[in-house]
Design a protein around this ligand. Sequence first.
Ligand SMILES: CNc1ncnc2c1ncn2[C@@H]1O[C@H](COP(=O)(O)O)[C@@H](O)[C@H]1O
Length: 446
Amino acid sequence: MENHGAESTAPTVIKNHAKVDAKGEDEGQIYEESILLACRQLPKVELHAHLNGSVRPQTIREILEERSAAGEALPVTELQLKDITACGDRSLADCFRLFDLIHAITTTHAAISRIAAEVVRDFAEDRVVYLELRTTPKARPEYGMTKESYIEAVLDGIGLALSQLGQQRCTTMSTDLSCLSRPGVDGGASEGKLDVREAAGCTPGGEGPQMDGCCTAAPGPVDGPASVPSGGSAVVLTNDEAIIVKLLLSIDRREDAAAALETVQLAARYKCRGVVGVDLSGNPYVGSWASWSGALAAARAAGLGVTLHAGEVYSPAETASMLAFRPDRLGHCCCLDRELAETLRSSAIPLELCLTSNVLTQSVPSYPEHHFAELYAAGHPVVLCTDDSGVFGTTLSREYAIAATAFRLRMNALVELGRKSVEYTFADAEEKRRLRSIMDRALVTK
Ligand SMILES: CNc1ncnc2c1ncn2[C@@H]1O[C@H](COP(=O)(O)O)[C@@H](O)[C@H]1O
């Protein structure tokens, strides 16, 4: 592996406060701010992000305020709210208790749409050019919600964000080139600037997204090379860098075979609306593989991508069954014995790796000891992802900055990581071509 080669005149060091508190100051040092800023300028691919885990803490507070103002009894106590909105070390078991609390708050179609819209905007702001968002469809009869209407609410939110992103790009062209400058998840240090060539592709009011089949923010006819950022933290976007968003439907491990099959059937039905695959997730201590394997085989037969959370805890028999199933991708794989690790390596199944999630939940002991290092060095296909950016207080750029520091990767190695990630997406051939060309330009200019 290579050195990242960052300049280091009086660097601002970002610390992981949870680790600082627990283990002393130096262990909290995880990257320099200059590296984070550089990572924010890289086009990136996010393949493992759970919708309700990516919710902004502020949104949770605001939804509760609205419910309180409407005279509703609140589903969480002050203490629980503090727990949800504080990012830090938590055991996996704590995480799943937290997700139940978040679900008790985000109960309505409006809340789900809002969260989906915000999550898409946050990833776009972080220069994610391709996002596969995943969520578990939920039926809540008391709120008039079916699994189908839940999916519609998510798609509405994605569509709203894409249309807003498209409008911001186009309407601001004539007046203010810094229109994409808005507070970011971690402080708003990045600014978006539009390439003037976009002007030719903009219609007054902007173009809306195409939610029927393809979820892309305002693609325009201009296809020119990316501008080289003039310095600082400006992110320069060109029209063909508009974020592409796809949806995966998750099967929760608490669900039985019938519920899992229902999710797969919904995913197949919503293929024409941007649903590209199915995920198996949820508390790894719950349920058994045999309950969902039939539904997952049906997903594959229906032409859907399949990705599985595997080996988040040590569960060798189940992990062996999952590897034998040969899904398109796997998430985590933190706890494998030597034999399983060898099977994984020879399978060449791409891995979605979530550094901060795994460290904070103590699935791996520290960033430098994360299995990313070994797999990356061995040339195994790996993709850096956030998992639950709201719950773990991270962004994809931050995960890249942590990887750059912990594994001593240069910027071009990170671009190459993003470029390879394109091959593991569930995007179609044309979308992959477009994404490859974005990555290639970044490789040349960084
Ligand atoms: C920390 N590692 C993890 N391991 C396993 N499953 C996880 C997870 N993080 C999130 N989820 C899954 O995603 C749901 C929240 O998003 P949605 O309501 O579906 O949008 C959680 O309830 C859990 O099932």
